[in-house]
Design a protein around this ligand. Sequence first.
Ligand code: TPP
Ligand code: SF4
Length: 253
Amino acid sequence: MEKQKIYGRPALKMFATGTYGTCAGCGHPLIGRIIYECLDELGIKDRTIQVSGVGCTAFISMTTLIDTALCTHGTAPAVLTGIKQALYDEPIVYAIQGDGDAAAIGAGALINAAVRGERITIIMANNANYGTTGGQMGPTTLAGQVTTTCPQGRDPIKHGWPVHTAEMLATIKSVAYSARGAVNSPKNFQQAKKYVKTAFQKQMDDVGFSFVEILDFCPTNWKMSPVNALDWVEKRMIPEFPLGEFRNVDSIV
Ligand SMILES: Cc1ncc(C[n+]2csc(CCOP(=O)(O)OP(=O)(O)O)c2C)c(N)n1
Ligand code: SF4
């Protein structure tokens, strides 16, 4: 029987050589792979500029040869706006941010860029904690979840409830697309890729702001094996943060 290629590596020339910064078993590299496969398949990698937020997500951008700007914590949506508006040839621009970066310190920048309907794309990696700085409670930490700053578990009465970023942005009329995927299984990986591709397509079609939240895993700070971390996403995170598209429009007028 003739062999058929079902799945392969994305174009190698997109990847820089060197040391990769994340812990073994981290979910972030899967998000990088999704993004770069989409840029490749959409044929836009040569006109794309990426902005890297602050946090472990920054390691994702360091693995490619795509033009990259590293910005200060929480400012990625503003930096993307500047790049998009300043360059006459209208590049495709996106940022990869952590949930702490996008939904805590950068919440104002995120919401204001969404309200302005900037033609930019934000991919937010939700690992339910501040990964880089040692696993503190973040905006998406689940009720009852233990972190270094809530050793008794997050108490919603004292610490507030987890933020549902994708649903929140979907209420804003200038948002063209808002969705949430996950990378804890091959099926969810493919669905998340579809969401990221649609988000880029909205920017290419000049519709409005586009956003994809992706549930991933931080086995190091969750203090569990990578395999148990996949299970934890399925059993604990997805019930709190349902997957799906929350807004998908072709015109914002
Ligand atoms: C203004 C500012 N405050 C705090 C920090 C410290 N800091 C660096 S990374 C980080 C947490 C990042 O967490 P998240 O955005 O969730 O990304 P992850 O590391 O989990 O991928 C913090 C608090 C900083 N660099 N700048
Ligand atoms: S600390 Fe967590 S988010 Fe950061 S690289 Fe390690 S596993 Fe990934």
